[in-house]
Write a new protein. Structure first.
Length: 131
């Protein structure tokens, strides 16, 4: 009888844990699975929240982001350094100096996060190779 109770508790506990993991991931849909219009909207919402964009800025950014998404739709498109600099200049013209400073800070933080992720992946790959 004790074994049955322990087994039941174990199953219930594991299923509860699995549901908690699924709920964490529910709210985040991968960018790859979104349509270009959905990606533009999501990016615009994030920028509006982070930079407190005005209505006019939102309209301009939406057009700019839609153009960028249209370019990315081409499978052969790989943004060059010039493309990224051009985009940065266009964004800078839309934003105020304060917003530009905040945007630059956010971009630096993203760059650092990506470097950390790449470093972690390399370390993880090296550990699996060593075994």
């Amino acid at each position: 009888m004790k074994k049955l109770i322990v087994a039941t508790l174990l199953v219930v506990g594991m299923s509860t844990f699995a549901q908690v993991e699924n709920k964490k991931k529910e709210g985040k849909e991968p960018m790859e699975k979104m349509s270009p219009a959905e990606r533009v909207e999501k990016g615009l919402k994030r920028m509006t929240k982070q930079l407190n964009l005005t209505e006019a800025q939102q309209k301009e950014m939406k057009i700019l982001m839609a153009e960028q998404e249209a370019k990315r739709a081409d499978a052969n498109f790989k943004p060059s350094k010039e493309d990224r600099l051009e985009m940065k200049e266009k964004i800078s013209k839309i934003l105020t100096p304060e917003q530009n400073a905040t945007w630059d800070k956010i971009q630096e933080e993203k760059k650092e996060k990506m470097k950390d992720k790449i470093k972690e992946k390399k370390e993880k790959a090296e550990k699996t190779e060593d075994k």
